[in-house]
Design a protein around this ligand. Sequence first.
Ligand code: 13P
Ligand code: 13P
Ligand code: MG
Ligand code: MG
Length: 365
Amino acid sequence: MDITLSLIKADVGGYVGHSSCHPDLLDKAKESMEHAKQQGLLIDYYVTACGDDLQLIMTHQKGQENEQIHKLAWNTFVECTAVAKKLKLHGAGQDLLTDAFSGNIRGIGPGVAEMQIAEREAESIIIFMADKTASGAFNLPLYKIFADPFNTIGLVIASNMHSGFVFEVHDILENKKVSFNTPEDTYDMLVFIGSPGRYCIKNVYSRQTGEIAASASTQKLSLIAGRYVGKDDPVCIVRSQGVFPAVGEVLEPFATPHIVEGWMRGSHHGPIMPVSVRNARATRFDGPPRVIAAGFQLAEGKLIGANDLFDDPAFDSAREQANDIADILRRMGPFEPHRLPLDAMEYTTMPEVRKKLAPRFQDLD
Ligand code: 13P
Ligand code: 13P
Ligand code: MG
Ligand code: MG
């Protein structure tokens, strides 16, 4: 049975500040999703939030980039924005960059990850959702999951994974894509994906079957809007078991937190902390960046779950490490590399301060 999984997310208002999502927004989104399910547009849905980002997880049979599905998500965000405005939530409608929907939600603010799959006998899916970070934040974990034998032993000892995976990488500045076959293209690929501000892993495919294995959102809000409007706060869908890595192999990269951009005002580096949905609140210095993992089994498109996979003491040590890294980075205050380099900061006073001080700048001899 062919099923399309569409994960569409947006920040339509924070409670309090940019820390989390008000329950009334979740209720409004569920109401809209339920209506679409009753109408037969959706097979199933699951609504959740990571920090201030509202997440619509939908299953249907309309295929990817479907206008009806994208319009449903857009209208849901518009309705939720109305609730956010009534409650005077912070940044109501933040990620909705246009007044009019014209066929596709890409390029108008919300983040999208979609995949059409032939549902397997047992279809294990893990959906990662992050707050206070940027597209590209999943580059490192996706590399570890699908190409690093020190993370994923299946690459070495499971014959159906031994041929490796294909990574589709997008250059989000020049709007180009390139595919790498791992393991043989690994070193070439790392030249690019090690720079996640520009090169983002979009999709991963099994070389054994050609099937889609993972898909991440790569929308960059600042590139779309041409100015700071909030962070991309990306999402990523990963299929698991069988020809794909086991659940534990998919989760393992998050046991050692990596450093991502997007903390405080979208202008700082911070460690990404794996947390339960309940703890997906961006508090300290509006962070630190958080990631949640919602596990599902699909049953004829029905979402059996969510299983809150980071709600587990096995990730306590990762959370402690993330707090330690946060302490160390915070000591640097406004200095790089805690603060992002000048051209990557979402917030800056540089043009106005530079202009004000222009008369005081003198040529060096
Ligand atoms: P299955 O063989 O049940 O897919 O599990 C693989 C495994 O050993 C997980 O660690
Ligand atoms: P969001 O992109 O999650 O709204 O965060 C904005 C921000 O930078 C808060 O410090
Ligand atoms: Mg926000
Ligand atoms: Mg956010």
